[in-house]
Write a protein that binds this ligand. Structure first.
Ligand code: HEM
Length: 146
């Protein structure tokens, strides 16, 4: 059979379409966990963040009796699992973990400010910063006021 010009065009278009689909399959959306830099980057941010909290006189008294290494580990787990990392959170749920502390809106805002300082120090882009805060923000009702 002779190849007619319209046939080669159709073949080319089909090949381009197929190529487009395949490259879309090759590059699935990267999780926030991966875009943040995975475990090493999240651990570095959490270390720095807890350092900020420790020197923040608005809220540091609340952590006077805290087990800081365990808190850091659980924060890393919580952030990792919440952002799509293959990590299990081993701590209590946010309501039980903060029960009886009567954390205020101002406490919560101070802590988020301390986290944002660290995210900025590590040059986490606005998009990823917004996505992470969008994951932590909805936990507020479980943490504040009881
Ligand atoms: C988005 C905001 C917050 C997140 C994601 C968060 C996360 C956590 C996690 C994962 C734990 C460990 C739970 C466990 O070990 O079972 C914890 C404990 C704790 N959190 Fe929070 N927290 C938040 C806000 C706050 C605020 C605003 C305060 C007070 C200013 C606070 C004070 C504490 C204290 C004192 C502990 C106990 C630490 C210990 O006993 O070792 N948290 N939090």
């Amino acid at each position: 059979m002779r190849i007619k010009p319209w046939m080669s065009w159709a073949t080319l278009i089909a090949l381009f379409a197929l190529g487009g689909c395949m490259s879309a399959m090759d590059t699935p959306k990267r999780s926030l966990y991966d875009r943040l830099g995975g475990q090493p980057a999240i651990t570095a941010v959490v270390d720095d963040f807890i350092g900020n909290v420790a020197s923040d006189n608005r809220i540091n008294a609340r952590f006077a009796k805290a087990n800081i290494p365990r808190l850091k580990q659980r924060l890393v787990e919580l952030i990792s699992s919440g952002t799509g990392g293959n990590v299990t959170y081993t701590g209590r749920d946010m309501r039980s973990a903060h029960d009886g502390m009567f954390i205020t809106d101002a406490d919560f805002d101070a802590l988020v400010e301390d986290l944002v300082k660290s995210l900025d120090r590590f040059n986490v882009p606005e998009k990823e910063k917004g996505e992470l805060l969008g994951i932590l923000g909805p936990m507020k009702p479980q943490i504040v006021g009881h």
